[in-house]
Design a protein around this ligand. Structure first.
Ligand SMILES: [Zn+2]
Length: 167
């Protein structure tokens, strides 16, 4: 069965993801997450996805790449903001929200420590859009959604709900 992203406001999106204890625990999950990213199902399939978006509360982020090269899987990620980072107004989509967008303030420079697909610990810097997408994913792992950080999206969502349809 292919994975399907949960639709907001499913309460499972609010669960805090637990650390992964072994590669075996997430091997099948990672393959399915990669398949999800490979399959263009709708306009909102992004370049990054978290296990949390499917209702699996484990600390896993997968990035879409051309050939799923080694650095596309981030297990048990932790992020810190670089001291010289600036703030950027990011227009964001989320696979759990259909095609709603919202503006969120994000940092432009981060460092992430994680385990890769071979369970090897890595530390890597990210900037620009990649840094922003990773912050969006890190929020998911804590049960935080982009609408929590952006008033304009909340506005949009309540309007759409009132009209009785989700675009
Ligand atoms: Zn999202």
């Amino acid at each position: 069965m292919p994975l399907k992203t949960l639709e907001y406001p499913n309460p499972k999106l609010r669960r805090i993801a637990a650390p992964v204890e072994s590669l075996d625990q997430v091997k099948d999950l990672i393959v399915k997450m990669q398949e999800y990213l490979e399959t263009p199902s709708d306009c909102c399939t992004g370049a990054y996805i978290t296990a949390s978006s499917f209702g699996v509360p484990l600390r896993v982020i997968v990035r879409r790449t051309l050939n799923f090269e080694s650095d596309a899987i981030y297990i048990n990620p932790v992020v810190r903001i670089k001291p010289d980072s600036e703030m950027y107004s990011s227009v964001e989509l989320c696979s759990n929200f259909g095609c709603i967008t919202g503006i969120v303030q994000r940092h432009t420079l981060i460092v992430m420590r994680y385990l890769d697909k071979d369970w090897v610990q890595k530390t890597r810097s990210f900037d620009g859009r990649t840094a922003i997408r990773i912050q969006h994913c890190m929020d998911h792992l804590m049960g935080v959604l982009f609408i929590d950080k952006c008033d304009s999206a909340r506005q949009t969502i309540s309007n759409l709900t009132r009209e009785g349809h989700w675009y």
